[in-house]
Design a protein around this ligand. Structure first.
Ligand code: C5P
Length: 248
């Protein structure tokens, strides 16, 4: 078995509201992407890491890799596209020729552990498609928005827009998808090609397999493998990474 990872880092990170895209933001003194690559580098079943970056960030990324290496795995850079799905498809085109399993991971999840990566590789090599996910801890509500998103007053941003509960979902049946999402290479390449041909857009790779009638097996993950999306997430990551650095 020959496994590679594709790390998507070509997003703009607009929800964070920073000028620098998320993967290049310093967190506990190192760019977020470097933390994520170091975590993946600890997974000994991965032989190469393909990092997908926006063309205008390639030079910066090369500098970071030189400054913060060496890495055990071979690292290759390739250019991403306008949507995450495009970036993954372009990353899949840059795998080692002999690669048969691909681990697709978000640059914005620095806390992935080697054990979870290895479990996802084992499951994908047997079942074809493996999705790392965690059970929902909170009770889940389906809601609808009943106003037009105009704040009622400047003090009311916490309660506006107004949403009301439509139904309570059964928590046992709901898991929260993370990355890595790990696949046999021909299966996920064919799914991405079909999505391109049929102009299908989804938010994660496992959704393509589901859509085209395949089976995706769950690999239990860890809550600490959260995706850094908001300024609060960034503060939490900073605290965890700083604590980790001072333990060593
Ligand atoms: O925006 P979101 O947080 O969902 O992005 C998840 C991951 O996908 C991030 O690591 C981001 O850099 C990456 N991405 C990408 N190309 C895009 C959009 C997002 O590689 N066009």
């Amino acid at each position: 078995m020959h496994a590679n990872a594709v790390i998507v880092a070509a997003g703009k990170g607009e929800r964070l509201g920073t000028r620098v895209p998320k993967p290049f933001l310093p967190v506990a003194e190192l760019p977020l992407l470097v933390h994520t690559l170091r975590s993946l580098d600890r997974a000994r079943l991965l032989s190469s890491l393909v990092v997908v970056v926006a063309p205008e960030r390639e030079a910066l990324c090369r500098e970071l890799l030189n400054a913060h290496g060496p890495f055990r795995s071979a690292i290759r850079l390739t250019h991403g596209g306008p949507q995450r799905q495009d970036s993954v498809r372009l990353g899949l085109a840059a795998l080692d020729a002999e690669c048969d399993i691909v681990v697709i991971h978000d640059a914005a999840r620095p806390f992935i552990s080697p054990d979870v990566i290895h479990a996802s590789i084992r499951v994908a090599s047997q079942a074809g498609a493996a999705l790392v996910a965690v059970p929902a801890a909170d009770t889940l509500k389906r809601v609808e928005q009943v106003d037009d998103e105009t704040p009622l007053s400047t003090e009311s941003s916490l309660i506006s827009p107004v949403r009301t509960v439509v139904e309570t979902l059964s928590r046992q049946d709901v898991w929260l998808a993370q990355t890595p999402q790990t696949f046999r290479v021909p299966l996920i390449r064919a799914a991405h090609q079909r999505a391109l041909d049929e102009a299908i857009q989804v938010t994660d790779d496992a959704a393509l397999i589901e859509k085209f009638g395949g089976t995706v097996q769950i690999v239990p993950g860890e809550r600490r493998n959260f995706k850094i999306t908001t300024p609060d997430d960034l503060r939490m990551a900073e605290a965890l990474l700083s604590a980790h650095a001072s333990e060593r």
